[in-house]
Each structure stands twice: as structure tokens, then as C-alpha cells.
Design a protein around this ligand. Structure first.
Ligand SMILES: NC(=O)c1ccc[n+]([C@@H]2O[C@H](COP(=O)([O-])OP(=O)(O)OC[C@H]3O[C@@H](n4cnc5c(N)ncnc54)[C@H](O)[C@@H]3O)[C@@H](O)[C@H]2O)c1
Length: 328
């Protein structure tokens, strides 16, 4: 059997990283993962991944990139509220950490870096659905993703497929990038432990415990939710389809729901109806997100999982975690 390429995932113990690792292993890829477990959990990392407890800000990650074909760079400080509280650490992890990953990739001769940007880049836009050209970041989190986007562009400019005169001697470089602008990704292994957990997990857990869920603001903010398996379909395309090289793609469903609508869907699914508590709105959060997914669509990608099926899968996962005593 011909062994498949070696893929490195940063943030492998997190929500998207661990789901991606499972999918890549199932497809026969060799998977190596880095995480400092700042947010992720060691038990999220699937068996079969070569796991390294490392911080992306440290140069000791460089040797791990030797022999790697493609890097998925997902590690980040990514809760908007946490980033608003600590802009300095946000920059260290999301900007310096990302540059360190790009540099490790360049030095090791990695073919391609596929990295996480975010729909937060569109915070200031009023165009819905929002195309990839509408970049208007506002929060510290979004600005950190914006800065790393510019670094990726500079790496592509100087180390993309060309002979580079910018290094000390002429070298053939062939590093390409794909930027993924995830909207609200949801599904199993979603992190429900953080200060402000993602709405779906938070509602499911509270209602199962017969407690009042919290809604920040009026609940009329609208979000575009995309199921994690659909995101993984696009991840796989990035490995094989050259048309994804050196471009940015929105990954959303192209439909949105208000937080109140999601709350009603979760309540109805569980058959548990408890009025939510309303708390003051969170800073830095956009009013509406809605992806224009035509760029990914043109390459043959389309989301397959409807909100009802996706919610059901998220519910099954949370019930299983509760039965194991993992959710206090
Ligand atoms: N989940 C979403 O809806 C969403 C939306 C937009 C963008 N994103 C982006 O996608 C990526 C993955 O998101 P996720 O939801 O899986 O987040 P997550 O928090 O579940 O995973 C991120 C992982 O990165 C790790 N990490 C953080 N700092 C690190 C460091 N300094 N060194 C090594 N590892 C570190 C964390 O421990 C965690 O396991 C992030 O870059 C995020 O900004 C996610």
C-alpha cells in the first residue's frame, strides 16, 4: 500500500482540529498534531495521531514540520470575549504564533498551509450574504486574524512558487496557502467549557440539567451555522484541488438563524421548555453573519447537513459526555 501524505494539525485537541484529525485518519493520512491544551483536551485527540504537547509560539516546534506535506493551522485564542479581555495575548498567540507556524512550514519545505481565518473578519460589513472581499475587522480577535492574513500573503509573495531572491541565496520555493473563513461551526466535540460557550452546546447542556440558559442581549443576533463534517469535506478538497491554492473561502451554510430561533429549536428537540435568562450583550460580536458561499460552491462543495440533523448529532454527543460524567 502506498502511504498517504503526512499532515500536521495545530490545535489538534480543539473542536475543529480533533474532528479533522479523525477524518484524515479515516482517509488514510498520517496525522501529527500540536496543541498546548490551553483550551483543547488531550482526550479529544483521536488514537492514531502522533501528538505533541507544544506551544505554537515556540521555535521548538520547527523539527516537527520536517517531512510534512500539508499543515492545517487551527490553533488560536478564539473566544471573542477572552480576546477582548487580553489583546496582548491574542496578538502573541494569533499573530506571532501563526507567523511561527508559517516560518516552520517554510523552513521545512511544506507544500501547503491551510489556515483558519474567521467570519469575524466581516464584523464591520453590512453586505449580506457577505463575499470574501468584504474584510472589515473590528474586535481584537478579528484584527489578529487580519494581521496573520497579511503575513500569509507576504509568505506567499516571497516564498510562493518561484525562485526567491529575498533569502540569502537563490532558493526554489513552492509554499501555497488557503485561508478558511469559518462561520459558526458546530457539532460533536464542540468546546462547552469556555467562559462563553457556543450557543448550541450551552443551551443543550443547561436544558438537560433543567437550568435556565443564558442569552446575551435580545437574542435577535443572527448567525450562519455550518456543521463540522461539511467543513471537513472542504478541508479534504484543499488537499487535492489546486484551485484552492492561494485563495480565501467562506465556509458557512448560506442560511442564518437568530439565537432565539436556535433556542426554540433546541427546546423543541429536547421537549424541555424553560425561559432563558437575558444578560447584557457581549462586546465585539457582529449583529448578523451570513456567508456568501459561491466561491466554495463553484469548486463543487456544498453543505449537506441540515440544522435539525446537526443539532441531533450535537445532542447525542453531549448526552454521551454527560453519561460519562464529563459535564458537571
Ligand atoms: N469554531 C468556530 O466556529 C470557528 C469560527 C471561526 C474561526 N474559527 C477558527 O478555527 C480554529 C479552530 O477553532 P476551534 O473551534 O476548533 O477552537 P478550539 O479552541 O476548540 O481549538 C483551538 C485549539 O488551539 C489550541 N491552542 C491555543 N493556543 C495554542 C498555542 N499557543 N499553542 C498550541 N495550541 C494552542 C487550544 O488548546 C485548542 O485545542 C481557530 O483558529 C478559530 O479561530 C473557529
Amino acid at each position: 500500500m502506498i502511504s498517504k501524505e503526512k499532515i500536521l494539525i495545530t490545535g489538534v485537541a480543539g473542536f475543529i482540529g480533533s474532528n479533522l484529525a479523525s477524518r484524515l485518519l479515516a482517509e488514510g493520512y498520517e496525522v501529527l498534531g500540536i496543541d498546548n491544551l490551553a483550551y483543547g483536551l488531550r482526550e479529544n485527540v483521536p488514537d492514531g495521531v502522533e501528538f505533541h504537547f507544544k506551544d505554537i509560539r515556540n521555535k521548538d516546534i520547527y523539527p516537527l514540520f520536517q517531512g510534512v506535506d500539508t499543515v492545517f493551522h487551527l490553533a488560536a485564542k478564539n473566544c471573542i470575549a477572552d480576546c477582548q479581555d487580553d489583546p496582548a495575548e491574542t496578538a502573541e498567540v494569533n499573530v506571532s504564533g501563526s507567523v511561527n507556524v508559517f516560518e516552520a512550514s517554510r523552513r521545512a519545505g511544506v507544500r501547503k498551509v491551510i489556515y483558519a481565518e474567521s467570519s469575524a473578519l466581516y464584523e464591520g460589513s453590512k453586505i449580506f450574504p457577505t463575499p470574501e472581499s468584504e474584510v472589515k475587522p473590528e474586535s481584537f480577535y478579528a484584527v489578529s486574524k487580519f494581521a496573520s492574513m497579511y503575513f500569509a500573503e507576504a509568505y506567499r509573495r516571497f516564498y510562493g512558487s518561484q525562485i526567491s531572491p529575498h533569502s540569502s541565496h537563490l532558493t526554489l520555493h513552492n509554499l501555497s496557502f488557503t485561508a478558511l473563513r469559518y462561520f459558526c461551526v458546530y457539532g460533536p466535540v464542540q468546546d462547552y467549557r469556555r467562559t462563553i460557550p457556543p450557543v448550541m452546546s450551552a443551551f443543550i447542556i443547561k436544558l438537560l440539567k433543567r437550568e435556565q440558559p443564558v442569552i446575551y442581549g435580545t437574542g435577535e443576533k443572527r448567525r450562519d451555522f455550518i456543521y463540522v463534517d461539511d467543513v471537513n469535506d472542504f478541508h479534504l478538497m484543499c488537499l487535492t484541488d489546486k484551485r484552492t491554492d492561494n485563495r480565501a473561502f467562506n465556509l458557512g451554510s448560506g442560511m442564518n438563524y437568530s439565537v432565539n430561533e436556535i433556542y426554540r429549536k433546541v427546546s423543541d428537540l429536547l421537549g424541555i421548555h424553560i425561559p432563558p435568562v437575558h444578560k447584557p450583550d457581549l462586546p465585539g460580536e457582529a449583529e448578523v453573519t451570513l456567508a456568501d458561499i459561491s466561491a466554495a460552491h463553484e469548486l463543487g462543495w456544498a453543505p449537506k447537513t441540515g440544522i435539525q440533523d446537526g443539532l441531533n448529532n450535537a445532542l447525542t454527543y453531549i448526552k454521551r459526555e454527560m453519561a460519562k460524567g464529563n459535564i458537571p
